[in-house]
Design a protein around this ligand. Structure first.
Ligand code: DAH
Length: 347
């Protein structure tokens, strides 16, 4: 009996199943009521009692293996069937969302486009800076209150609470790139510098510890405040549309003299006054001014020959004004429902 079981086992193993017909033959040969395995079960009666236990185990095992093999093949054939009848290999793959540019990238790229059309290049500088490029060379006196105004993330302080030109810090504004460009290039210089900046501020709807700025710089002979104003008007109409108006208010920055802040007419109410512009009709967009001669000289540029203007703006701020976003935190949470609303051409 044991030999017959072993023989049948190798028959089961070697039976070639290559399709539905062979599978049916297999079933009939081994698993049907009159199949070879059932016949062996019939003969089991004649096995002497002392061999029954061992033979029974072998017989059951054979039946189990043969059945498993049958089920296995049946499943495999069924799968091949559906595959062959439904698969169209020329069909495109599953559609998937294309993704969108982040609104900050959209507006940054738009700003770069606007200024490159009038001859501005793009320059970049390090995010980890030294005090010298962020403050000292930009005409901030060592005890200047503006140093405190910009709550700075220091990485390495050289001398306790004193400020030192060698202090290592995260840049608080992209004006530092002005300095690096002027140190390395001769006028005429016409460049913008987009990038990330860092300030040690509590995160709220109106403030964040990381945000983006674009700095602008033009240095050449006979650059005047009128050039600055016209450039900014061109920029505002390109970014916000033909109907936008601008106004300049006197202001103060250590690195520009004179300095101004530029407002645009409120694009929500058209200047009539609403709760976005707090009834004033104007929205603050950027800081600007004529580069202070001290800054030119610190960078090795002859201030008796050259003059220049500079401006700087927050990209989040510009994006908020352009799209009416009222909470800065939305830019950093990356909620798909927010991001999906911003679509653009390839940019
Ligand atoms: N750096 C200033 C800030 O972070 C912005 C700024 C103001 C840049 C006036 C300028 C400028 O170039 O001329 O608030």
């Amino acid at each position: 009996m044991k030999e017959r079981i072993a023989e049948l086992r190798s028959e089961v193993d070697n039976f070639i199943i290559d399709g539905d017909a062979a599978l049916e033959q297999y079933r009939i040969a081994f698993l049907s009521k009159k199949g070879k395995i059932s016949l062996l079960f019939d003969d089991f009666r004649n096995v002497p009692p002392e061999a029954k236990r061992e033979t029974g185990l072998l017989l059951n095992e054979l039946k189990q293996i043969a059945t498993e093999r049958y089920n296995d093949f049946r499943e495999r054939l069924a799968m091949t069937d559906t595959f062959q009848s439904t698969a169209d290999l020329s069909m495109p793959a599953h559609p998937f969302g294309e993704g969108t540019r982040h609104p900050i990238s959209i507006v940054r790229n738009e700003i770069i486009g606007i200024f490159s059309r009038i001859g501005f290049t793009v320059s970049e500088g390090p995010e980890i800076e030294d005090d010298n490029h962020v403050f000292t060379m930009l005409n901030f006196a060592s005890d200047h209150p503006a140093r405190d105004m910009q709550d700075t993330f220091y990485i390495e302080k050289k001398s306790g609470s004193e400020s030192d030109p060698h202090d290592v810090l995260l840049r608080t504004h992209t004006s530092s790139v002005q300095v690096r460009v002027m140190e390395n290039q001769k006028p005429p210089i016409r460049t913008i510098s987009p990038g990330r900046v860092f300030r040690n501020e509590a995160v709220s709807a109106r403030a964040h510890c990381i945000f983006h700025q674009v700095e602008g710089l033009y240095v050449a002979e006979n650059v005047s405040f009128a050039d600055l104003k016209q450039t900014l008007l061109y920029f505002a109409t390109e970014l916000f549309g033909e109907d936008v108006r601008i106004r300049l208010r006197p202001s103060f920055f250590p690195f520009t003299e004179p300095s101004a802040e530029m407002d645009i007419s409120c694009n929500i109410c058209g200047g009539k006054g609403c709760n976005v512009c707090k009834g004033t009709g104007w929205l603050e967009l950027l800081g600007c001014g004529m580069v202070d001669p001290n800054v030119l000289e610190a960078c090795g540029i002859d201030s008796s020959r050259y003059s220049g203007y500079a401006f700087g703006m927050g990209i989040e701020r510009a994006t908020m004004l352009k799209y009416g976003v009222n909470d800065l935190r939305l830019y950093f949470e990356n909620d798909i429902r927010f991001l999906n609303q911003f679509r653009t051409e390839i940019l």
